[in-house]
Structures are given as C-alpha cells and as structure tokens.
Design a protein around this ligand. Structure first.
Ligand SMILES: Cc1cc2nc3c(=O)[nH]c(=O)nc-3n(C[C@H](O)[C@H](O)[C@H](O)COP(=O)(O)OP(=O)(O)OC[C@H]3O[C@@H](n4cnc5c(N)ncnc54)[C@H](O)[C@@H]3O)c2cc1C
Length: 395
C-alpha cells in the first residue's frame, strides 16, 4: 500500500516515518522540507503549561503525545543515529508583578482542574532551581512533567531515519492538486523546473501547514481537487523567536524551561544542553512574514526582566514563521474522504502533537495487510476523544 504525504514539516515527517516503519510504501512531497513553522519552533513539549482556558478538547491529543515523546525520541535517535534534542526538563512559570501572579495562579488552578500537574513553588525555591532568575519576581510555579525537544534536530533525525530505514527521501516538488484516478487518488505536482508530474497513491495525507511564508488558506485553498464543500480554514499566526549563546564569561541557565508573564505579556526562555537559549515568541496576525522589530524588542525587554544575565549573551539567530492556526485552535486531523486525510492546523502545539498525529493517521489507515504482529502505535489515543479534530467541522 502506497501513502503520499504532502508536506514535510515535523507533522508530515512524523507521519511519514510512522507509516514507513509500519510497512507502508511512503512518498513525501515538499519543495522545502522542514523550513516552515518547524524551523522556528522552540520545541516545548508542554501539555501542562501550554494548556489555556477553553482548550479542554486538546487534552485528548496533548496528554497521550506528552506521554509518548520520551520513548518516541529514543526510538528515533536509535533509528537515525542522530540526537533529537529531547530533554525531560520541567517548566518553571514565573510572574513579574502581583497582577501577573494572580493571572498565573488562576491558570494553574484551571490546569489542575483538568488533571494537569502544576504546583506553586514560591520565588525563593524557584531561584534554587534556576539561580539566574531575577531577584524581584512576584510568584513562581513548577510543572515537572513538561519536556522539550529541538525541532530542527528532530526534523533532521526524521529525514535521516526515513532514508536509512526505508530509503525514503523527500520528493522536492510542490503539490498543486489531488484528483481521483482510476485506482485511487492522484497527486498533481510541480517541480522546480516547472515540469508537471502525477503521482498515484492509495492514501494521501495533507500535512501542509501554512508553508514557509505563512500563506493564508492552508491546503484547502492552495491544493485543487479537494471536495468542493470542504473548508480547511488554516490561517497564519506569525511568531518571532530569538536564539542566543552565552559568551565565554556569561553564566548558563541551570536547565528548566522558564515561562513568564511580564505585565500581562508572555515570554519563554528555553535553554538547551549545548548552550543555545531560545527566547520566544510573539503572536502576530498582521500577515507580515518578516521579523518584527517591535516583537524582538518586546521579547528581549521581557526576557531580560526575568533573566538579566542574558544581556551578556550573543544573539545568533532571528526567525519568524507562521503557526498554522484554526478558528477554534484545534487541529484538523482525520479522514476527509476515501483515500484522503488531513493533518494540519496544529497552531502552537505541532511539535508536541506530531507523535499523536502520526498515531492517529496510522490508526485511520489501518494495519498493513499481512503485517503480523502490527507494531504498537507511538501514542495510545482514545478514538472517542478525536471528534473535536474532525476536518469537516467548519464545512
Ligand atoms: C515561533 C514559533 C514557536 C513555536 N513553538 C512551539 C513549541 O515550542 N512547541 C510546539 O509544540 N509547537 C510550537 N510551534 C508550533 C509548531 O511549530 C507548528 O505547529 C508545527 O511546526 C506545525 O508543523 P507542520 O508540519 O504542520 O507545519 P510546517 O512546519 O509549517 O510544515 C509544513 C510543510 O508543508 C510544506 N508545504 C506547504 N504547502 C505544500 C504543497 N502545496 N506541496 C508540498 N509541500 C507543501 C511546506 O514547505 C512545509 O515544509 C511554534 C511555532 C512558531 C511559529
């Protein structure tokens, strides 16, 4: 059975690897693999601290995904021979002033109400965990179960595992349409030289995000031939993110991811084992794919308020990309019709949810005929909790 995955960001690559190692023949189609939102993402695997009010629907994917990540990362590192950057690090959440503390306290209560593990720590105890925290903070909480990965390294490991294990490399073409063929769906593609090529498959998976420049409309508007009544309303929510490194004399953070609320504005500081520190991220709906001066200014101001030692770091990378977002902030994940599935609209959580997306798509396609015994899925999902992600819900 042949599966064609359109889009090789973290979601398409994870689906492709899962299908390939389950025994399917896989083709990945993407003119610029892993250069979209995946290239910008900090890589927080934060089922707890990324939970916001009104997002209960997400728990059916986010909690199994967070549980699955440690094993999945180990398997990927073994298959690819490359690091993923996965670290079980926990998250500290700190408040800059009294109003921020009240907001974070209410959010932590909401997170506990849905069964997520977060507790109040106090600022003195928080500074014992992370000595680089500023002396004047108003409150601190800790979510020990949150983890992180390095999405650029994880994507490189997925590309390597696909190549090494299954001989699959990305077909660097743009998909322009999906039409019905004599034996199943046919993906119409355009090469860099303008040459057209059709590709037959048994199952086609749309994992297109919003692309490198954050195109409005998502797959629904950019790929022709989808059902006329189907609406996949994916819109770009741009984010600016900074990467910095300590200079020779600058101290390094202890290791937890730090999230903060500073006068009502969110900022996070994510230190990696190799010294890189990621500071992010803005949320802009201004259709500007370039890096925002105002956004960078705000991130630096708030990060330095929380961790003043970062002033001695060297800024090494500024990136802006678009989160592929939907009106209800939940992904579009499921079957569109015979031979056609969607896995897009992962908004702020695509890195965390990639492993759950892979498990869902594999479950929907079913076992490879004749494969015994089937490999266990990467994440255990309750099918009754997948209804909120129905790709038809806006149609
Ligand atoms: C600043 C920022 C920080 C973030 N931080 C986090 C985080 O800490 N944790 C987390 O879980 N998530 C985070 N996210 C969200 C996460 O990055 C996204 O949800 C995730 O990358 C979505 O993955 P994707 O594969 O769907 O999309 P993308 O990574 O955008 O990949 C889509 C791919 O599809 C390809 N494509 C598009 N159209 C076509 C076509 N017609 N034919 C062929 N290929 C096509 C593109 O070239 C691209 O490679 C962050 C996002 C941003 C912007």
């Amino acid at each position: 059975m042949h599966c064609a995955v359109i889009g090789a960001g973290i979601v398409g690559l994870s689906i492709g690897w899962e299908l390939a190692r389950s025994g399917y023949r896989v083709t990945l189609i993407d003119p610029e693999p892993a250069t979209g939102a995946t290239h910008a993402a900090a890589g927080m695997l934060a089922a707890v601290t990324e939970f916001h009010y009104q997002e209960q629907g997400l728990l059916g994917l986010s909690v199994p995904a967070a549980d699955a990540w440690p094993r999945w990362a180990r398997e990927l590192e073994a298959a690819s021979g490359r690091p993923t950057g996965f670290e079980a690090c926990g998250t500290l959440v700190v408040a800059a002033d009294g109003a921020d503390r009240a907001d974070l306290s209410a959010l932590a209560e909401a997170q506990r109400t849905v069964g997520l593990g977060i507790g109040e720590l106090g600022t003195a105890a928080a500074r014992e965990v992370e000595p680089l925290l500023a002396p004047r903070l108003a409150g601190a909480f800790r979510a020990p179960g949150d983890a992180r990965t390095d999405p650029r390294r994880t994507a490189a490991a997925l590309l390597a595992a696909l190549e090494l294990e299954s001989g699959v490399s990305v077909n660097r073409r743009r998909a322009t349409g999906v039409v019905a063929g004599a034996h199943g769906p046919v993906v119409q593609t355009l090469g860099p030289d303008g040459a057209r090529e059709d590709l037959e498959a048994d199952e086609v998976i749309l994992a297109t995000g919003t692309g490198r420049t954050g195109e409005r409309g998502g797959a629904g508007e950019r790929i022709s031939g989808l059902p006329a009544s189907l609406r996949l309303p994916v819109r770009p929510v741009f984010g600016d993110v900074l990467r910095m490194r300590p200079t020779a004399t600058a101290p390094r953070p202890a290791g937890s991811t730090v999230r903060a609320l500073v006068s009502g504005q969110r900022v996070y500081i994510l230190p990696r084992r190799d010294g890189e520190v990621v500071v992010g991220a803005t949320e802009r709906e201004d259709d500007q794919p370039g890096i925002s001066v105002e956004g960078v200014h705000r991130l630096l101001r708030d990060a330095l308020r929380v961790m003043p030692a970062l002033a001695h770091y060297e800024l090494v990378d500024l990136t802006a990309r678009a989160r592929p977002s939907t009106p209800d902030h939940l992904p579009l994940l499921g079957r569109i019709g015979p031979g056609l599935l969607a896995a897009t609209g992962f908004h702020r959580h695509g890195v965390l949810l990639s492993v759950a997306a892979a498990a869902t798509i594999r479950g929907l396609i079913g076992p490879v005929p004749g494969a015994t015994p089937p490999r266990p899925p990467p994440a255990s999902l309750d099918p009754t909790r997948l209804a909120p992600f129905d790709p038809w819900r806006f149609s």
